[in-house]
Design a protein around this ligand. Structure first.
Ligand SMILES: Cc1cc2nc3c(=O)[nH]c(=O)nc-3n(C[C@H](O)[C@H](O)[C@H](O)COP(=O)(O)OP(=O)(O)OC[C@H]3O[C@@H](n4cnc5c(N)ncnc54)[C@H](O)[C@@H]3O)c2cc1C
Length: 470
């Protein structure tokens, strides 16, 4: 088939793109997928995932108890502070109740929740083999169904005619199609854009110290192109899922094993060896996603999670071993912190701990008194050698700035839906996630809108064909 004869072009190579390509192909469309990464790096951030959050009214294979639509919606409303579209959020939530049978048909397998710091057995279905296995299954199924996949194929611009998709351009190459799904992720890998979005805080270009947890290929080229071409934007460029990760993680693709989960068991200090936030504010699964942003506002965007021997075995250790010392001054030296400042901070914290009964599985009564900021749970003196520290940096998972879509996943231009250009995944996740996050919802949004965009793009291509025939 000549490339210009495709019904649908899907741009991207992650979960949202694959869901779209599979649905479009199942609906009878000929489909070309253009993935900017080489084959060995295919799959974007989706390759790092472990699970998706699913609505269910009764226990289902790997999911315990129930997680009804209303509870899911209330969770989403709470974490986003209401900066979300209820109709689009509910659409994704409802899709999550029945998408797994379709996923299984394309080779995805599920397993019960892994134990660890985040307790998700009720709400999240885990992929057997993780996101990599999910992607491999989808790619295999797509190829068997006749989806054409091209790697090393970064699309740099689209040809549009008043919001209508005409062709995709890769350098000098032009590929026309009857409809298009853009599923090319956010812009988190684009360090220049991140720098510009965050700007300077107290004279520092804060984004220069961010690490990117996932792919290096989400440069936001088409997101920028679409916004410049008049697509309605949604979301704030500084909003993202951003967690505290080990400062020794690589710039890209560190994945989940670099996340540091020891925060609530000790204290966190900045470069001046000072505490700056309540480490025990709430259960870690409800707080882990705020720590990347908190560290962004600290000098040099660096912080240190300090624990003592009592904390060992109570959290999932990250891939890098902690720095270890027999005394606090020795630990300070290893971290490059002022010895007396660190000792003063820890002594002050220890003196403020008010006893209580330590229980990491409950919001216990181990609190500090007379300390700013307080530690409101799990406050125990840091007094038992060896002492340990993890250096922390903000780790960006994905950005929320996107293009506005409707229930058909159609991209909007000045309030009007495009007849044949659709968006799915991170590039439109900001419609649902204005800020905040709840574990597993990224894959819920990508799966739901990928499937919708795929079906809609096939229907749009069919309409274009009928129109041309008439
Ligand atoms: C470490 C980590 C762990 C995560 N864990 C989870 C989890 O367990 N559950 C969950 O729900 N979410 C998780 N997420 C978030 C999740 O990865 C995303 O929400 C989801 O994968 C988004 O899917 P997507 O297809 O939109 O983007 P991606 O999977 O990032 O895919 C984007 C694709 O577009 C391609 N691309 C980019 N630009 C172009 C271009 N110009 N031309 C052609 N192709 C292009 C990229 O190469 C990539 O293949 C995690 C993210 C990370 C980084």
């Amino acid at each position: 088939m000549a490339e210009r004869d495709y019904d649908v072009i899907v741009i991207g190579g992650g979960n949202a793109a694959l869901c779209a390509a599979l649905m479009a192909r199942e609906a009878g469309a000929s489909v070309l997928m253009l993935e900017s990464a080489p084959r060995e790096w295919r799959g974007g951030n989706s390759q790092h995932t472990r699970n998706l959050r699913c609505m269910h009214d009764a226990p289902q294979d790997v999911l315990t108890d129930s997680y009804p639509e209303e509870e899911y919606w209330q969770d989403l409303k709470k974490v986003t502070g209401g900066i979300t579209s209820e109709s689009l959020a509910r659409l994704a939530i409802r899709d999550s109740s029945h998408c797994r049978d379709w996923m299984r048909r394309h080779g995805v397998r599920f397993q019960p929740s892994l134990s660890g710091t985040l307790q998700l057995s009720r709400t999240n279905a885990f992929f057997l083999g993780g996101g990599k296995a999910l992607l491999n299954a989808y790619y295999r199924s797509a190829e068997e169904l006749g989806v054409h996949v091209r790697y090393d194929a970064p699309v740099d611009r689209l040809e549009l005619d008043r919001g209508r998709f005409v062709a995709a351009h890769l350098g000098a190459e032009r590929i026309a199609a009857k409809a298009c799904v853009v599923a090319s992720g956010g812009f988190e890998s684009n360090r220049e854009w991140m720098r510009e979005a965050w700007g300077q805080i107290k004279g520092e270009w804060v984004a220069d110290n961010f690490l990117i947890r996932g792919t290096r290929f989400n440069m936001g080229v088409l997101l920028k192109f679409l916004i410049d071409a008049g697509a309605d934007p949604v979301g704030d460029p500084t909003q993202s899922h951003c967690v505290a990760i080990d400062a020794r993680a690589p710039l890209y693709d560190g994945g989940i094993c670099t996340r540091v989960d020891s925060v609530s068991l000790g204290i966190v200090v900045n470069r001046q060896a000072e505490r700056f936030y309540d480490e025990g504010e709430d259960f870690w699964p409800k707080r882990y996603a705020i720590w990347g942003r908190l560290i962004s506002y600290q000098p040099g965007q660096i912080a240190y999670s300090l624990i003592d021997a009592k904390a060992i075995g109570r959290f999932m250790p990250p891939v890098f071993p902690p720095l270890e010392a027999q005394s606090l001054p020795e630990l300070a030296r290893k971290l490059g912190l002022d010895e007396s400042a660190l000792t003063r901070t820890v002594d002050g914290f220890n003196a403020a701990c008010r006893g209580g009964t330590f229980d990491h599985a409950a919001l216990d009564d181990c609190v500090t008194a007379g300390l700013t900021p307080p530690k409101t749970h799990w406050a125990r003196p840091i007094d038992t050698a060896p002492f340990y520290a993890y250096p922390l940096r903000p780790g960006i998972t994905f950005t929320y700035l996107g293009v506005k879509v409707d229930e058909r996943a159609a991209v909007h231009f000045s309030g009007q839906p495009s007849p044949n250009l659709f968006a799915a995944g991170e590039i439109m996740a900001g419609n649902v996630l204005g800020k905040g996050y709840t574990a597993g919802v990224g894959m819920t949004i990508g799966t739901a809108f990928g499937r919708i965009a795929g079906a809609q793009s096939a229907a749009a291509a069919m309409r274009e064909k009928m129109h041309a025939a008439a």
